[in-house]
Design a binder for this molecule. Sequence first.
Ligand code: CA
Ligand code: CA
Ligand code: CA
Length: 181
Amino acid sequence: MKKHIVLAALFILLIPALGFAAFYADTDGDGYTDQVYACGSPVQVCIYHPRTGVTTMYRNGAASSFSINSVVDTDGVAGAEVVVVWTSTYGNPKGIDIIRDRNRTTTTYDYTNNPSFNINSVVDTDGNVGGEIVVLWTYAGGPNHGLDVIHDAQRNKYTYDYSTASSFSINSVVDTDNTAG
Ligand SMILES: [Ca+2]
Ligand SMILES: [Ca+2]
Ligand SMILES: [Ca+2]
């Protein structure tokens, strides 16, 4: 127990020094808050579980850089998922990883064919359990653009193409139809 306190203190001291923000959420669904942060070399996603003292690590070998966008339930199953945006300088793959710490798996949504993309928000848009990931993207080969709504609970994404518009922006993501979602 004392070791855990020392480790926790060490994390609290180290994380600001390294410039990485930590996220706090129950990622493995055991009812206890876990700590998500970037660590290691090469850098990867680490999750420290204070209850067990175990740190799980997730590394996407294709990624040369990444950022943790949010730690929130995206699939409606116990445990918050870690939403990671990553890019690579080697062959230029990129995408969004959803890390499911409860079963130590990762689902990748690929954005290799889009020159750029970013996560607008992670919010429930369909009234079904789990937050959807709203992604703005540009289209390869032109200035076109659109948005995706990733329904991670169903492991699929719906694409809304705004390529005929000269520009667009998302004003807000709210319940517009007065039914759940
Ligand atoms: Ca936990
Ligand atoms: Ca979940
Ligand atoms: Ca939903």
